[in-house]
Design a protein around this ligand. Structure first.
Ligand code: SF4
Length: 203
């Protein structure tokens, strides 16, 4: 597996401060993709043990919330093979850090239970479920230019879903993360909570 980039202390791709790994290779070819150079599986540099160790070291401080996988497409079959041992090591070493993953495939396509049959062929194999079981949050679906919405948090277009993977696997249905709320809704919610607290304190 090759990788295109690593961002340390990244605050744009998931909750809190994170290390973000951009792997190479993507077969989706979305219109107006922001990262076209990463479509090529040979783009970037090899994901070596030294690179792995550098990412591990970056995750250690308490102020780092976790790791985010992006691309390219982390869930292309060859990238799943490259990522699984690494993700298991992260999970074992840092059980309290969160792992986010951005994929152009739908959660159902990764599980092999629904969606586009051709995409299931490209995204579901015998290690996919194990990989998913080590991920906390999956942002799924291709970026759709016509559905682009800059008020969304942690995703580019409104068709994409921010999925709580562990709850979804446990309940056998899609459970969305609260991060699906728009920025403004979040602020409104926080204001409401603050008002409720103020009212409660004044009683
Ligand atoms: S899935 Fe991401 S990297 Fe791949 S084409 Fe779409 S926007 Fe680009």
């Amino acid at each position: 597996m090759n990788y295109a980039n690593i961002k340390f202390t990244d605050i744009a791709n998931g909750e809190g401060v994170r290390t973000s790994l951009f792997v190479s290779g993507c077969t989706h070819h979305c219109k107006n993709c922001f990262n076209k150079e990463t479509w090529d599986f040979n783009y970037g540099k090899p994901f070596t043990k030294e690179v792995e160790d550098k990412i591990f070291a970056s995750l250690k401080p308490d102020y780092i919330n976790g790791l985010t996988l992006l691309g390219g497409e982390p869930m292309e079959l060859i990238n799943q093979q490259g990522l699984l041992p690494f993700i298991k090591r992260v999970r074992q070493t840092y059980p309290n850090k969160t792992i986010w993953c951005y994929s152009g495939y739908l959660f159902e396509e990764l599980l092999g239970t629904g969606g586009d049959a051709k995409k299931i062929m490209r995204a579901h194999c015998d290690i996919t479920n194990e990989l998913l079981s080590n991920i906390d949050i999956l942002v799924d679906g291709e970026f759709v230019e016509e559905k682009k919405d800059i008020t969304l948090r942690f995703k580019g277009s409104s068709n994409q879903r921010i999925i709580d993977v562990k709850s979804s696997l446990k309940q056998n249905k899609i459970v969305l993360s609260p991060y699906n709320e728009k920025r403004n809704n979040k602020i409104i919610t926080m204001q409401k909570n603050s008002e409720t607290l103020t009212n409660a304190m004044s009683v």
